[in-house]
Write a protein that binds this ligand. Structure first.
Ligand SMILES: NC(=O)c1ccc[n+]([C@@H]2O[C@H](COP(=O)([O-])OP(=O)(O)OC[C@H]3O[C@@H](n4cnc5c(N)ncnc54)[C@H](OP(=O)(O)O)[C@@H]3O)[C@@H](O)[C@H]2O)c1
Length: 289
């Protein structure tokens, strides 16, 4: 029986990246739908659950993506609501690679720091899909997390969303651009620095973080020059940079791909898995980083 992956994307054009990974991870057919809203989901899910007998439903699964995290969360909630009794299919949420990238970065950081409990973590530009998930997972693990945003109101909204979704300690400080990074690091005094700013934006100049007392681990997820943390190279994967264990976007990206593929494969093992941040983190914990 063919393994069918229904890809529901909140963007008009469904992600080609997610499609390629789905095939590479073992899906036989990827059924892409773009511009999907919560109101569309019930009928799409019913199309999946009523076509194959319950014992065969592990061969059908749902992947939810798109660049908008809140839209993805709404699609997942609507999809879960459409299931009942034995009529279930496994589902995964990974809007903009949020969960798989955040999980990969958090595992690398945690292994380098040994333990994140009670440690101060600064997540620059932590309001996007990847940063919010990473901040949440770190806060849930007991770290004292601060995210930055250029915008007070939006930053506070993101902070509150992360804290209510994951629990733990999450603060927010405004950082309008890279010129304020030094002051923000002076104030937060992080032991761990994670940049989740957009591609091609330098947010933390070298002077702001290098030779800073207490900083032990730094990770930059921006792969596009100029990189997000000046002085960390894209291939860094646990490299010592003046006493700081450094990770760059490709250094994390290889593990992210492993996590993403393992999740897709996991969807086809049975018909009731729901893969979101926490469950993806559990699955990834068993993989070599
Ligand atoms: N290595 C990997 O495997 C991998 C995989 C996926 C993604 N990524 C990378 O991970 C990073 C985060 O992804 P994402 O989708 O979460 O990012 P994003 O949503 O594009 O950006 C994150 C935040 O950056 C801030 N921002 C936007 N434009 C900015 C600008 N011009 N200057 C300063 N700040 C700006 C915004 O926050 P405010 O408006 O609140 O300031 C936004 O919420 C990206 O660099 C992405 O390319 C890496």
């Amino acid at each position: 029986m063919k393994k069918l992956l229904l890809q529901l994307d909140s963007n008009r054009l469904p992600s080609a990246f997610d499609e390629v990974v789905a095939y590479d991870a073992g899906a036989d057919v990827v059924m892409q739908r773009g511009g999907v809203t919560a109101a569309d989901v019930r009928d799409l899910i019913h199309g999946c659950i009523f076509t194959r007998g319950p014992k065969d439903l592990r061969n059908t699964a749902v992947f939810i993506g798109g660049s908008d995290m809140s839209a993805g969360e709404a699609l997942l909630a609507a999809a879960q609501k459409s299931l009942f009794g034995p009529f279930k299919v496994s589902m995964m949420l990974d809007s903009n690679g949020s969960n798989t990238t955040a999980v990969a970065a958090v595992i690398k950081i945690t292994r380098a720091a040994r333990d994140v409990r009670g440690k101060k973590v600064l997540v620059t530009a932590g309001t996007g899909p990847v940063g919010a998930r990473a901040a949440g997972l770190l806060a849930k693990a007991g770290a004292l997390v601060t995210i930055t945003s250029r915008r007070e109101e939006e930053g506070e909204k993101a902070r509150s969303g992360i804290a209510s979704r994951f629990g733990g300690t999450v603060a927010m400080v405004c950082m309008r651009d890279a010129s304020e990074a030094g002051h923000v690091l002076d104030t937060v005094t992080p032991e761990i620095l994670l940049n989740t700013g957009p591609a091609g934006v330098l947010l933390v100049p070298r002077d702001a973080w290098s030779a800073r007392r207490g900083l032990a681990v730094a990770c930059d997820l921006n792969a596009v020059p100029p990189l997000g943390i000046e002085g960390i190279e894209v291939n860094d994967d646990g490299k010592d940079r003046g006493g700081v264990t450094a990770f760059g976007a490709i250094g994390v990206g290889g593990f992210k791909m492993k996590v993403h593929k393992a999740c897709i494969a996991r969807l086809f093992e049975n018909n009731d898995a729901i893969l979101d941040a926490e469950t993806i983190a559990e699955l990834a914990a068993g993989l070599p980083a």
